[in-house]
Design a protein. Sequence first.
Length: 317
Amino acid sequence: MKPLLVIIVSSLASARNLQQKFLSEPVSVRVREGATVSLQCSVGGMGGVLQWTKDGFGLGTSRELPGYTRLSMTGGNNETWDLELRDVRLEDDGVYQCQVGATETMGPIRSRDAVISVLKEPEPPELTVPEVMRLEEDKVGLVQCVSRGGHPASMIRWRINGELVSTGITENVTNMRDTKRTVTTSTLKFPATVNLSGSELSCEAENEANTGPHIVKTRLQVEYKPRVALQVNKDSPTEGETITAVCNVDALPQQVSYQWFLDDQEIKEASGATEMVLDVTRDLHDKTVSCLARNSLGQTAAQHKLDVKCKSVKYLS
């Protein structure tokens, strides 16, 4: 009986020594759409059937992987079963694993998970405003930059005259319907001040698939109601003289209409003029000359109170 025991023990030891094991396992990779990628899988002492899985679903056991025209298992011997993916597409994004089934004497083995992250460049971004963004002074400007189709989601940056904007920004990322592609929407809010007029506002969008950011721009135009300064060429005119009043206006839009008033009475003859000439009489003393300028955003008036010097009257004796 002793020789039989030796044979049984020896057979069990041989079975343990013949256990299948991985010589190389796949590692996660990030790859641009359209490239070729290979996941490694080499097995020593393989006895079971090998297959690759994607997201838990088997791809097949034949090296040619029928039904997957861009996929195959490569290798020149029974040890190497690398998974090759050609013309990688976004649908290939997922978790992959190399598995070998059990036999009567060997248990199944599974490799570590390997994630293929497919990088897809987004479409050029779009702004929700035209090439010139018109704003009203002291209001809040609001503009959105939308970047579609990227994977992973686009990173969006705002700049004014090349300077990075870091405040007033909110961002939202959603998935496009029935796809892993994303839509990134960045919203910028900022106070409209006159010093921003003429500035260039740009949106930059990119993800890992880009070789450089896509940029879209708009020009800021901050509009405001008239700012009026009234100039009179003589501070204290003498009756009998003439004075010239000039209405200096800074406004955007620059289409401005003008009205002139003496106290509350409109001087219709001067309507539309930027300056007015008055013959000075003593009854103009303490009266107020006003210029009112109006554009599409509002109106502003400036005033000047007249100080008329009267001529002395000489009586003949």
